[in-house]
Design a protein around this ligand. Sequence first.
Ligand code: NAP
Length: 240
Amino acid sequence: MKIQNSTALVTGASRGIGRALVGALLEAGAKRVYAAARDPGSLTGLVEAHPDRVVPLQLDTTDRQQVEAAARAAADTNLLINNAGLLSAYGLLTTPPEVLEREFATNFYGTLAVTRSMLPNLEKSGGAVVNLLTVVSLASMAGLGGYSASKAAAFSMTQALRAELKKRGVAVHAVFPGPVDTEMARDLTLPKTSPEQVAAAIVEGINLGEEDILPDPMSRQVFDQWKRDPKAVEQMFAAM
Ligand SMILES: NC(=O)c1ccc[n+]([C@@H]2O[C@H](COP(=O)([O-])OP(=O)(O)OC[C@H]3O[C@@H](n4cnc5c(N)ncnc54)[C@H](OP(=O)(O)O)[C@@H]3O)[C@@H](O)[C@H]2O)c1
């Protein structure tokens, strides 16, 4: 689908990639962007800068009532960007089970719940769903074992939804960023891409109809290797 004249909804728009996506969508000609955040107060600056095109929404993707209310309030959405994500589960042998559950609640179940709730209009409008995954959806990094597992589950979900929704006229895109310079990656010492660059690449990938969007140099390198030799990616991440 084309971004021009679309009506988009971005989850996790308070900061980081989500906030940059709102800007990139506006720049690419979206008619309206629903900026969804757990704390709508975090959206004040965005809304003030674009009062006619940015609509704030309260949305914790793990809260069923808020998911249903957001779907009703943003029923004209034809581009859903599931960006909200959590990184709090590290080693699988040391992370408390309740922390792992929270990670899956946002990264897997929340993404699925929001997608299901928005389907009626996505189908009616021949729209698109975009899921923010990560290079560690492709192979696990042990130090991020809980996060990797939840994002691998989200990748599997993305593939299943792509197959099911293709027949129903809805495109499903996956995005596999490497390290991005946001709050989530603040402790990571690897080179990072800016959220604005990643957002611009995502918007371009949607416009081009790319199923798998690789928004930075590391994502392109890892994805290429994974297509040729998935075991090599597992081994590379195991050594990091
Ligand atoms: N940064 C990276 O290196 C990197 C790399 C690959 C993929 N990603 C993925 O890109 C996406 C955006 O990450 P980011 O780097 O922008 O991280 P970030 O700066 O930590 O932002 C995460 C966003 O998700 C929101 N969020 C978390 N749990 C939520 C929930 N249950 N309901 C609604 N919103 C929730 C946060 O809201 P609050 O402000 O309320 O906390 C925040 O807006 C995530 O899916 C992440 O996994 C990031």
